[in-house]
Design a binder for this molecule. Sequence first.
Ligand code: FCB
Length: 468
Amino acid sequence: MTVSFPPGFLWGTATAAYQIEGAVGEGGRTPSIWDTFSHTPGKVENGDTGDVAVDHFHRRADDVRLMSELGVNAYRFSVSWPRVQPTGRGPAVQRGLDFYRALVDDLLDHGITPVLTLYHWDLPQELETAGGWPERDTAHRFADYARIVADALGDRVERWTTLNEPWCSAFLGYASGVHAPGRTEPVAALRAAHHLNLAHGLAAQTLRTALPARGQVSVSVNPSAVRARTDSEADLDARRRIDALANRVFTDPMLHGTYPADLLTDTEHLTDWSFVHADDLAVIRHPLDSLGINYYSPTVVSAATDSDGPRERKDGHGPAPHSPWPGADAVVFHRAPGDVTDMGWPVDPTGLHELLMRYTREAPRLPLVITENGAAYPDKPGADGTVHDPERIRYLHGHLSAVHRAMADGADVRGYFLWSLLDNFEWAYGYGKRFGAVYVDYDTQDRVPKSSARWYGELARTGVLPGC
Ligand code: FCB
């Protein structure tokens, strides 16, 4: 069945600074935790780093032209904190800000709406050396940085996002250690989660005062569509625990100004949560203009039984000998049924529908935006140089049908951002996983739009999702 999306719907692609920019030593930029981590042997597959990435820092103008040719009307990018405020403290570096100003101007010249994310995981290394997200001061440093960027770009960027996927920053960065800074300290991860929430709230307040009235403030979370393997009491309790640690630890304070009581109980043997100060929750619950949802795949859990043997601690983001789930050691993760992408992530659009309906119920007047969705496949150019990726088209079609269904069921969805514009540095997986709608030849930096890019561009131009 052919379906149509409303006029004004944002059709975008998304990227993140460290995954595409390269130019890590230029213009006064200092290292972020991802520079340190990727240069530490054994942390990233193949020893890959973001030193060059896809050289977007130098190819910015061409990349914007490419987006315009494809036909998308929005672009979600992130600002590299150490590029605009080296070391994470003190004055801004004008050359860093100039890069983003030029990017935004190019986008606006092409009629593409910029959607700016302040933090997509590249904490200035100096702030990590001072303790990182487990320390409260990092949240205040983030609000200062938000002010710098808002003062520089608030006249031309309307859509602002504080954090990208705080779950990954807190729990992959500080508990499982598969992401930078690679620490494996469960209590530090819980502290990091709270300070990321606080950073979000403080930055949201700062943006409100620094931006013109039309400025819109959002955050992008990666909620998990958690399913219990059976409806036994034990499996349902496993689901409840993971729902608390994956989802409610962020969305409860952000949307409702509370921490889930069950989470505090589940983790009381680890911490008394006294790092949450009296007024923090009121700061974190700052009214938002939209909620960004990043979705790739559902999660299936059960309670451990004696026959489970040594537990596989899967988090879908790399091998994890340490659990990213503090206090949930008795939960076992299973692969959901169905086809998987090159990440090994099951393809299941029903999880996206489920999440859109969940947040529609939880925050009825809050518009939703899908700020990331997409799939990695082992794409290669054919003999004629073109790149065909029918699996990605199928993936996108399935997920966009789910979005449309959610809208028909009452979800107020305002936009969709395909992850990603370009093949890029996929964190701990390095360059081995290709998420781009546009293929990148990493030797020459040539860009070749895959068939999915053409397909998506047509959809963006017409708003019509053909039947499949
Ligand atoms: C998300 C990240 C994004 C990208 C995709 C595949 O978790 O936000 O940077 O790595 O996964």
